[in-house]
Design a protein around this ligand. Structure first.
Ligand code: FAD
Length: 475
């Protein structure tokens, strides 16, 4: 009997999993699965301990689901990717694997690892097949008229929608129960040798069923309000599916097909398309990683921005990390991140902009801090978001457009509900004053147990513009 191995990585699901589906196509084959944890690599990359625990829970969930289908999921541990390949090859030999199936990851180290694995498995006579699974379309397949990757999001998005009108990527079923190899005992899973931190399981219930249920609920009841609600952090107006998409507990095709099922004309426009466009942003950043692998090395996309002279100020950095900058919306955002391991998108934009454009600190410091805390940390989306905010990326915010944190706060948290939730020191400040509470406190001779602003926005803005212009002139 042939043995097919599915090497699971960031695709911890049984539904719509291209590699798993392909491995199960031959009903006679013995199908097994393997996950290799790589704590040394995670440490280097800075994976958040909450994400590590979510990953652990997702792994247990997928093991249960696979066992019900008659597929045993094994685990190996290796410190880094090089060692992981050695473990993989040894595992294939031990289990007489004929064919290996896996879904591509697009980060540069992961691609190097996979190239090495393909080479060594080839030498060991194992046939290897990879799949573009974590995207709607294969990176490189959506191109400009000049056969290049788009550098601007809107035409990329239009090209994707045009393509979707022509062909919808298929969503494949979960495997059916295999008769060939019933599982009598599940292989033992070992807790990772990596710090794992509890997260709020009522906000982020783990497992594939929970992910699919949330997707179903969101598409049925909330997606039509998305354009109105998505920028208001006090509202639960976004899907909160990022944690599942980041680890592949859910696929973007499942999102596409679910939204189509509820809103069959979604591709023609309307509220649901606004949400689908976010899935296309995710796609854009993944395609960019393949076209410009330097992004994985945290290099700026726009060359001249390498000349920017960032400041070094440990006190400012610490205040930002701790949510003690004296700018209530920034502080509320940073405390949400610290407590939940998640932050609303509007707040990611505001807090990232504040670090870069008000504190003039290197965007990579912020990028790293986010990855170290986000339960949905994802290199492509995080790097894309940070380079957007820092004006160093492709199709980024122009450097001279600088968010005013107070105006952003007035606009998106008008009555201060979100701020009060996370910055209780300000609970008694009136709604209209909560965005700049020290001005109110001074006028009303009140004492606030809340830090004064660590920088003055107008002056900081001027300093940033000067630094960007100086860097640009050095080209
Ligand atoms: P929804 O609004 O419901 O969107 C649906 C899905 O689309 C998301 O789950 C996500 O997969 C994708 N998506 C939405 N917005 C974006 C975007 N701007 N770029 C790429 N994909 C998007 N997202 C991550 O998944 N991981 C990260 O590490 C990450 N870091 C970010 C850092 C910064 C500085 C910024 C500005 C954005 C970052 N984002 C990141 C994108 C976005 O903030 C989150 O995906 C979103 O807030 C997740 O909430 P949701 O699932 O409710 O999103």
């Amino acid at each position: 009997m042939n043995t097919h191995l599915v090497w699971l990585r960031n695709d911890l699901r049984t539904h719509d999993n291209y590699a798993l589906h392909a491995a199960c196509r031959d009903s006679q084959a013995n199908v097994i699965a393997l996950f290799i944890d790589t704590p040394g690599q995670w440490k280097k990359h800075g994976m958040a301990p909450r994400q590590a625990l979510f990953l652990w829970h997702s792994l247990q969930d997928v093991q249960d689901s696979l066992a019900q289908k008659g597929i045993a999921l094994y685990q190996e541990s290796a410190d880094d990717f090089h060692a992981a390949v050695k473990k993989l090859v040894a595992f294939c030999k031990k289990h007489n694997v004929d064919r290996l199936f896996y879904n591509y990851q697009y980060e540069v180290n992961e691609r190097d690892r996979d190239a090495q694995a393909e080479c060594e498995l080839g030498d060991a006579d194992v046939e290897v097949q990879g799949f573009d699974d974590s995207v709607l379309f294969a990176p490189g397949s959506i191109q400009t008229g000049g056969q290049a990757m788009y550098k601007v999001f809107t035409p990329f998005s239009q090209a994707i929608i045009k393509r979707l009108h022509q062909e919808l990527p298929t969503c494949v079923n979960a495997p059916t129960v295999r008769e060939s190899a019933p599982i009598t005992r599940k292989p033992l899973l070992k807790k990772f040798d990596y710090p794992c931190e509890e997260y709020d399981e009522t906000v982020f219930p783990s497992g594939e069923q929970a992910a699919m249920e949330r997707l179903r609920q969101f598409c049925r009841t909330s997606v039509t309000d998305y354009p109105k609600q998505r920028d208001i952090p006090a509202q639960d107006g976004t899907s909160r599916l990022s944690v599942y998409l980041a680890l592949g507990v859910l696929s973007p095709r499942q999102c596409l097909h679910r939204v189509l099922a509820e809103h069959p004309r979604v591709l023609d426009g309307g509220a649901a398309l606004v949400w689908l466009t976010e899935i296309i942003w995710r796609e854009f950043y993944r395609h960019l990683l393949v076209a410009w692998p330097d992004l994985c090395k945290h290099r700026p996309f726009v060359n001249w921005t390498r000349n920017i002279r960032w400041q070094k100020n440990e006190h400012h950095l610490q205040a930002w990390r701790e949510g003690k900058t004296g700018y209530p919306i920034v502080d509320a955002a940073m405390r949400q991140l610290k407590t939940l391991g998640w932050m609303h998108n509007r707040l990611r934009m505001i807090s990232a902009s504040f670090l870069v454009k008000d504190l003039m600190l290197d965007w990579r410091t912020g990028e790293r801090h986010f990855i170290e805390h986000l339960i949905d940390g994802d290199l492509a989306a995080n790097n894309g978001g940070w380079q957007w905010a820092a004006s160093t990326g492709t199709d980024a915010a122009p450097y001279f457009r600088i968010f005013n944190p107070t105006t952003q706060s007035e606009r998106f948290d008008a009555s201060g509900d979100f701020i009060r939730r996370w910055v209780p020191e300000l609970k008694d400040v009136p709604d209209k004053n909560i965005h700049a509470p020290h001005e109110w406190a001074k006028k009303n001779r009140q004492k606030l147990a809340y830090p004064a602003p660590i920088v003055e926005h107008k002056a900081a803005r001027k300093q940033t513009l000067d630094a960007f212009e100086a860097a640009k002139n050095q080209q």
